[in-house]
Ligand binder design. Structure first.
Ligand code: ZN
Length: 251
């Protein structure tokens, strides 16, 4: 019984974090000064009507609304529910492997949330939110220097340098040939942050998974003229790598 209650609490916590992630994915790229991450209260993007308390409850809100706004009947994007489910699944997984009181587990949750939010912002806007990448750099260095959780401190520092440097150099070569940028500068810092977390040795596999995901997205996308969201690919690739690491290293 205690286990069931613990898992239900973890699902509720994950749902709240997923709902918070949805809010950040929607609001961080906005240039509207009237909408910040602190105010106003969540609203329907179409009719701007504020959501009720019941509609704000993770999982329940979407099911209760049956996926449509009660005021204007606009369809509510199912990504809100998907974000809540995915983050809740991750929270459930990590706290079934690590203690709730373990600060390292919370650092991993912060890292995965930043990677997830950054990936979805890139997919939707083709831009990355640099402060999130800076959080990744600081978290990666702090975590590995203090606990060597993902890798040893030297590998973490090399990961930051090589992660940033690889994409920077590829872009410089591309610029010499085509006289324009081929990779957004936001991607340099994101891969630097990922390198600082998982180490230089992990950059190869993450880049491989990431570019494969980006190319798959390109293959299924009807608009072939658009840019490719590389940040989305490497962000999701890093989350896959993190899951693999947690499965294999923590018994
Ligand atoms: Zn509405």
């Amino acid at each position: 019984m205690e286990l069931v209650l613990t898992n239900l609490s973890l699902i509720a916590l994950g749902g709240c974090l997923g709902s918070f992630a949805s809010m950040l994915i929607y609001r961080l790229p906005l240039e509207d000064v009237g909408i910040t991450i602190f105010k106003p209260r969540s609203f329907c993007p179409l009719c701007k009507n504020k959501l009720t308390i019941l509609q704000l409850i993770p999982f329940v809100g979407y099911v209760y609304s049956q996926g449509i706004c009660k005021t204007c009947n606009a369809k509510i994007n199912s990504s809100y529910l998907i974000n809540e489910v995915l983050i809740a699944a991750f929270v459930l997984l990590i706290f079934n492997k690590m203690e709730l009181t373990n600060p390292v587990a919370w650092s991993v949750v912060l890292i995965v949330m930043c990677l997830y939010i950054q990936s979805l912002i890139d997919m939707q806007t083709m831009h990355l939110f640099q402060p999130l990448s800076l959080i990744l750099v600081v978290s990666g260095l702090t975590l590995n220097i203090s606990t060597s959780f993902f890798t040893i401190p030297l590998d973490s520092m090399l990961g930051l340098i090589f992660g940033y440097g690889i994409l920077f150099c590829i872009n410089e070569v591309y610029k010499m040939i085509r006289s324009r940028d081929g990779i957004g500068s936001g991607d340099f810092l994101l891969l630097g942050g990922i390198g600082s977390i998982f180490g230089a040795s992990a950059l190869g596999p993450i880049l491989l998974i990431g570019s494969s995901i980006t190319l798959c997205l390109y293959a299924v996308n009807k608009n072939k003229d658009g840019e490719l969201p590389l940040g989305f690919g490497i962000g999701i690739g890093a989350i896959f790598y993190c899951l693999l690491f947690l499965f294999l290293s923590i018994k």
